[in-house]
Design a protein around this ligand. Structure first.
Ligand SMILES: Cc1cc2nc3c(=O)[nH]c(=O)nc-3n(C[C@H](O)[C@H](O)[C@H](O)COP(=O)(O)OP(=O)(O)OC[C@H]3O[C@@H](n4cnc5c(N)ncnc54)[C@H](O)[C@@H]3O)c2cc1C
Length: 288
């Protein structure tokens, strides 16, 4: 290992339970924790240049680790600087803060936008990559521009230069370093009452257990959860993995679920929905 790696915090053989919200059984080869963008870029370049398999992880809330993950390294953004600056309606934010934290900061300035996302357990970087969204809004509704590292260069992209759609963007093979958001001024009491109503909707409709949120994207004009429910699959178990009784598009890990348990339920949903409705369910979660 060279000098770069000596400076960057590294943990060998990390339990998946500690790095993903699904908390499945298994481990990854190791996790790098850069502290700032310079280290983030250095370790990214090093792993690329040496053809070492790796993956970038934010809060690990949209990831299912496969049995191959024991052979890969991760670069975690969890310990990167958490910078948030607010000027007028604009919010400048690094990749690492959680959306709930950005909500706290922007709410305190009477800025509306992040109340829609405050309960998504995501980092800013992960939310941008996935174009996360809820309650009819997505993160790209508020993006003004972003800063990325790609092909050896730091680049600034205006929103119009990025392709994004429902739970997807073309931000591949790059590091998302920071973003500038444009929010709206609104009375604090209105922002907060919206936040509480979104929280209530979530409590009523989603399970509390370990999960990665929705497994599948909603097919155009359909709800994936409803399709799975109509196939009679709510509550079905495979060992410790279970299709939630509350929300059929969420699989929960009741304690010791493995990748194989979860993938069995994923395949069951896909097959049954295809058979009954002739609709193909596309994964929202990333399997690595
Ligand atoms: C309980 C629960 C509720 C959820 N509710 C919602 C919801 O309402 N709406 C919704 O859209 N999603 C929801 N999700 C899914 C998930 O939170 C989102 O997809 C979120 O955007 C993932 O963010 P993350 O930081 O956890 O990213 P991760 O899961 O760690 O990574 C997601 C992707 O982003 C990439 N990535 C992360 N950071 C960077 C970076 N800095 N640079 C480049 N690439 C990066 C990763 O490589 C990966 O491809 C939910 C998940 C859970 C567990």
């Amino acid at each position: 290992m060279n000098k770069i790696l000596n400076n960057i915090e590294f943990e060998y053989k990390v339990d998946i339970k500690n790095i993903s919200t699904f908390k499945t059984k298994g481990y990854v080869k190791g996790v790098f924790y850069p502290k700032n963008d310079i280290e983030f870029i250095e370790i990214y370049n090093f792993l690329n240049e040496n053809d070492i398999p790796f993956y970038i992880i934010g809060n690990g809330s949209n990831i299912l680790f496969s049995n191959k993950s024991k052979n890969i390294f991760l670069i975690s953004t969890k310990k990167l600087n958490k910078n948030i600056k607010i000027k007028d309606k604009f919010v400048y934010c690094s990749a690492s803060p959680m959306l709930s934290y950005v909500f706290q900061k922007t709410f305190s300035k009477g800025l509306s936008g992040f109340e829609y996302f405050a309960n998504i357990p995501a980092t800013v970087g992960g939310a941008i990559k996935m174009n996360a969204g809820a309650h009819g809004k997505c993160i790209f509704d508020y993006i003004d521009k972003i800063k990325i590292y790609k092909e050896g260069k730091v680049r600034y992209l205006n929103k119009s230069q990025i392709k994004y759609n429902y739970r997807t963007t073309d931000l591949n093979n790059c590091l998302i370093l920071s973003a500038k958001f444009k929010l709206n001024e609104l009375e604090k009491c209105k922002i907060y009452s919206n936040y509480l109503s979104f929280l209530e909707i979530r409590k009523k409709s989603q399970p509390l257990g370990f999960s990665a949120g929705c497994i599948f994207k909603n097919p155009p004009n359909y709800s994936a959860g409803e399709l799975i429910d109509k196939c009679g699959l709510k509550g079905i178990k495979q060992n410790d993995a279970q299709i939630s009784n509350k929300h059929a598009n969420i699989i929960v890990n009741n304690g010791n679920a493995t990748f194989d348990d979860i993938i069995t339920l994923i395949n069951l949903c896909k097959i049954k929905v295809k058979e009954k409705f002739n609709i193909y369910l596309e994964l929202e979660i990333k399997i690595i």
